[in-house]
Design a protein around this ligand. Structure first.
Ligand SMILES: Nc1ncnc2c1ncn2[C@@H]1O[C@H](COP(=O)(O)OP(=O)(O)O)[C@@H](O)[C@H]1O
Ligand SMILES: [Mg+2]
Length: 274
């Protein structure tokens, strides 16, 4: 029986890991593009239920790190252990099935499609029955479709985007596009949600909205979140622990207050114009 087929609400699936326990362990990961060392020997962990921030100046290797975690790149060295399973190479759709979903630094939605269809597209990776099944046995496929619709509608309510459900996302202001993209990731019911600069390019009000949704996703759904963010105020407000990268290396790791007063971190930020 597909665990998702009769789901009525999109929540983080029960992954058998208790809050505060190790969800993901990144160990000695290095990633090079030709001569460019994007990531050098980085290790850090993510605990179940936390909001983990990844910060650092432009070019520090933050996006590359997310790309390794979700299987987009295979590191030359190191391992990722997620929910107790160690791996080195993996494809993004496998990551989704294991419970890792993400949003992108530059919004990646189907611009001509509606909000509803974009979020439904996120859901489709979890759909079990394909066209063959639909033709052979209409009943179960239809039931599954209805269950998926319900989850998507629930996400639309949660993110307060009912009024744009039929609007092509290309027509939406940027802040709402980012929210729809969050909705698509939530539709995958991730146990680990990766957000690459979810507030970049937003005005203050949009940032406050997005902060609120991130906190609610974490608190109400129990979803563990790893997010990249430039706005230090946001990072300090949202995150439980912060890992700081600079030139592909980890320079600090700890609670926001400790990281904020770390001299190496201050130097890294002062040395680079944003
Ligand atoms: N696909 C790629 N090919 C070559 N170099 C890349 C690629 N992706 C990232 N890089 C390089 O790796 C470094 C880290 O980039 P990135 O992870 O995007 O940093 P950040 O997200 O912290 O700004 C940069 O020097 C960047 O130019
Ligand atoms: Mg980046």
């Amino acid at each position: 029986m597909n665990a998702h087929s009769d789901a009525v609400a999109a929540v983080a699936p029960d992954d058998g890991i208790a809050p505060g326990e190790l969800l993901m362990d990144v160990r000695n990961v290095s990633l090079r593009f030709g001569g460019v060392k994007a990531i050098t020997d980085i290790s850090f962990d993510v605990r179940k239920g936390e909001i983990r921030a990844i910060i650092g100046p432009n070019g520090a290797g933050k996006t590359s790190m997310l790309n390794v975690i979700n299987g987009f790149y295979t590191p030359q060295e190191g391992t990722i252990t997620f929910r107790g399973k160690q791996r080195r190479a993996m494809k993004p759709h496998h990551a989704v099935r294991q419970g890792i979903a993400r949003t992108f630094q530059n919004v990646a939605l189907f611009k001509g499609m509606s909000t509803l269809d974009n979020i439904m597209a996120g859901r489709s990776v979890l759909m079990k029955r394909n066209l063959f099944w639909q033709m052979l046995w209409h009943g179960p496929a239809l039931q599954e479709e209805i269950a998926h619709r319900r989850v998507v509608e629930e996400i639309i309510d949660f993110l307060e985007i009912q009024h744009i459900r039929r609007t092509p996302v290309g027509k939406l202001p940027y802040g709402l596009q980012k929210r729809v993209e969050l909705g698509r990731a939530l539709a995958m019911e991730p146990s680990l949600l990766l957000l690459d600069e979810p507030m970049a390019g937003m005005n203050l009000e949009e940032k406050e909205d997005m902060s609120r949704f991130i906190i609610e996703v974490n608190r109400q759904r129990g979803t563990t979140i790893a997010l990249i963010e430039h706005d230090m105020g946001v990072v300090m407000d949202l995150s439980d622990r912060v890992v700081v990268l600079d030139y592909g290396k980890k320079i600090a790791d700890g609670p926001p207050e400790a990281v904020k007063s770390n001299q190496q971190v201050i130097d890294a930020y002062l040395g680079v114009a944003h």
